[in-house]
Design a protein around this ligand. Structure first.
Ligand code: AMP
Length: 188
């Protein structure tokens, strides 16, 4: 099964991706974490990645797509993309990577949550990029860049919208129920 999970910072994407990866046996391809790991290496692109992460801005498409292509090749057929595609360019890049393999995504999960709850959660989490000014910038970039991607997946009929302000276990149950319904109606 090939999934993607999208949502603003603090929507609980990675918590949900982690749960789904265990329950469904999927590789968790967590772009933010892969980029943070790459930034810590002594590689030619690490300084470049660091620059964007520390400003709460999106890392350039070429870097993201290179990481993504390698991860998908390693994962084979069962994975959940966490936080990607975040822009139209990434959506297109992903489509090229997948179509070369004769594949497409089965479903895209959109976690939906209000800005006040986002700020409350992220200030409690306290990662280096969870400062109030950077949170505001990341939320703004999400609406600017990722809202159009979500709309397009909706038009294609593969989007699952999930309210994300409850406890993690009930959100996960909600997602799994929708996935089962979606995938069984596809198989029928
Ligand atoms: P996250 O862990 O999903 O909150 O992502 C943390 C940071 O990693 C973001 O603010 C971006 O700087 C970077 N990042 C994560 N995913 C992407 C992506 N798909 N494209 C560009 N930058 C990304």
């Amino acid at each position: 099964m090939r999934l993607s999970i999208l949502g603003p910072p603090g929507s609980g994407k990675s918590t949900q991706a982690e749960i789904l990866s265990h329950v469904l046996g999927l590789r968790h391809i967590y772009m933010g974490e892969l980029l943070r790991q790459e930034a810590e290496r002594d590689s030619p692109i690490s300084a470049r990645i660091c620059y964007y992460l520390s400003r709460g801005e999106l890392v350039p498409e070429d870097v993201v797509l290179a990481v993504l292509e390698r991860q998908i090749a390693e994962a084979g057929d069962n994975y959940i993309l966490d936080g990607v595609p975040r822009t139209m360019a990434q959506m297109l890049g992903l489509e090229i990577i997948l179509s070369e393999r004769g594949e497409s995504l089965d479903a895209v999960i959109s976690l939906e949550i209000g800005t006040e709850e986002i700020i409350r959660r992220l200030l409690a989490r306290g990662r280096p990029d969870d400062r109030p000014d950077l949170i505001a910038r990341r939320v703004r970039i999400f609406h600017q860049e990722t809202d159009p991607v979500i709309r397009l997946y909706d038009e294609r009929g593969i989007l699952i919208r999930i309210p994300a302000d409850g406890p993690p276990e009930s959100i996960a149950d909600d997602i799994l129920r929708h996935l089962r319904e979606r995938l069984s109606s596809k198989a029928a």
